[in-house]
Design a binder for this molecule. Structure first.
Ligand code: SF4
Ligand code: ZN
Length: 410
């Protein structure tokens, strides 16, 4: 065999191993999804409404997060979805949410009738930042019709106290048509959160199971948003399955830098993996094969980003940590039991210092100053354990790890 033939044969073997690893991940995710309960959701009631603080234009303001009971993410329905996500737990599995259902849900926000605890003086104008989420892609017209999007934005236009609307979508649905429709209805600031997760191909496709072949799709989405004067927010998942802690730190750091420098995002939200029922991440946690990321690691990531990007002020958020006031939740009050999409475990240190670190994160989210994280005292119970965890190495490549773990777990 010539050298070229040898290289081609090696590449073919690698390609086959990659494809079979991808198949293993997808099969496992689908098998876990099959256990998702078909809950009897009320189609005209919102899934969740929460209020928390948000840093906007140099000030701390009230933000309201409205989660529509929705048809759910198409990637999830078709391919099983991402490994760390189980948002479909919150969508009806067989019934469809219609335009009229969405309108009723949305009208309950406008007239305040969604509130369960008797807060009668609700006015959307009191919330400068409004998030409208649908547990999937709000810009995918197969999940939610264009006329529904138009209706929501046309009503928002009447609330001048609302300065910014944040929505979420996979990158491929960020198109001229739908952005034009929004622009025709709404003249305020719109920010679209897009799941990037990782700019590393193998990590994104195998560990996250993102089904996002090329980062060019992300770049195009950002450019299209900018064309319509909209903001692009990148979600970077920190510590997907199959990575060690130090690999995950490296990946989240590099991905965040790429989001700013290569892809042109205006903001990055780093999302440490949390655990929802019926996700592959949760399944591996139950088998003792996954631990949620350490909060200490966030210090390394933020320093890593600030060390490289020194010439501009960055909009970096640490996702998932807010003081929430729940105005409406579909399953009553109290954490995991409160809501079917609420994680039962989030990124943590040890029980002695996690709360203090979470408070530091909340501060950081107001200042973007890494000193707020640096100032957390090193915990005598877990700081050195975290440092040791960072020394753990895995000599196998990701494809081999997947074969080892998932073939064993068939
Ligand atoms: S993370 Fe987003 S794209 Fe992935 S399954 Fe969940 S909703 Fe769908
Ligand atoms: Zn500790």
């Amino acid at each position: 065999m010539t050298n070229n033939n040898l290289l081609a044969a090696k590449a073919e073997i690698q390609r086959k191993a990659y494809l079979s690893a991808l198949e293993l991940v997808e099969e496992k995710i689908k098998a876990i999804r099959a256990n998702t309960p078909n809950l009897p959701f009320e189609k005209t009631k919102l899934a969740e409404v929460e209020i928390n603080k948000f840093f906007y234009e140099g000030k701390t303001v009230n933000r309201i997060m409205i989660v529509l009971r929705s048809n759910g993410c198409q990637h999830y329905k078709k391919n099983g979805g991402c490994s760390m996500c189980a948002h479909l737990n919150g969508s009806p599995l067989f019934e469809k949410i219609t335009h009229q259902n969405y309108v009723e849900q949305w009208n309950s926000v406008l007239d305040g009738s969604f509130i369960e605890n008797g807060k009668q003086d609700f006015n959307l104008n009191d919330y400068p930042v409004v998030c409208v989420y649908n547990l999937g892609s709000l810009l995918n017209t197969e999940e939610i019709q264009e006329k529904t999007i138009r209706y929501i934005f046309s009503t928002l236009n009447k609330y001048k106290g609302v300065k910014k609307v944040i929505i979420e979508s996979r990158a491929e649905y960020v198109t001229d048509d739908i952005l034009k429709a929004i622009k025709e209805e709404y003249d305020g600031v719109v920010e679209v959160g897009i799941g990037v997760e990782s700019t590393n191909y193998e990590i994104r496709q195998l560990c996250h199971h993102k089904a996002l072949e090329d980062t060019k799709i992300l770049k195009d989405a950002v450019d299209t948003l900018h064309k319509y004067n909209m903001k692009a927010l990148a979600y970077v998942n920190f510590k997907p399955i199959f990575l060690t802690e130090s690999e995950a730190i490296k990946d989240a750091t590099k991905t965040s830098i790429d989001c700013f420098n290569e892809l042109g995002f205006d903001a990055v939200s780093i999302e440490p993996t949390s655990l929802q029922e019926n996700s592959l991440a949760n399944h591996l946690y139950n088998l003792g094969l996954y631990r949620v990321p350490w909060l200490w690691s966030l210090i390394d990531i933020i320093h890593g980003i600030y060390d490289v990007i020194t010439d501009k002020k960055l909009d970096i958020r640490l996702g998932g940590y807010f003081d929430e006031e729940v105005l409406s939740g579909s399953q009553g009050t109290g954490f995991a039991g409160r809501n079917e999409i609420f994680p039962h475990m989030t990124s943590s240190n040890c029980s002695y210092c996690t709360n203090e670190f979470v408070n530091a994160i909340k501060k950081f989210n107001m200042t973007y100053d890494v000193k707020d994280l640096d100032s957390v005292e090193h915990c005598p119970h877990c700081y050195s354990l975290w440092q040791e965890t960072k020394n753990i190495k895995d000599s196998r490549d990701i494809v081999t790890r997947i074969h080892d773990i998932l073939e064993e777990d068939k």
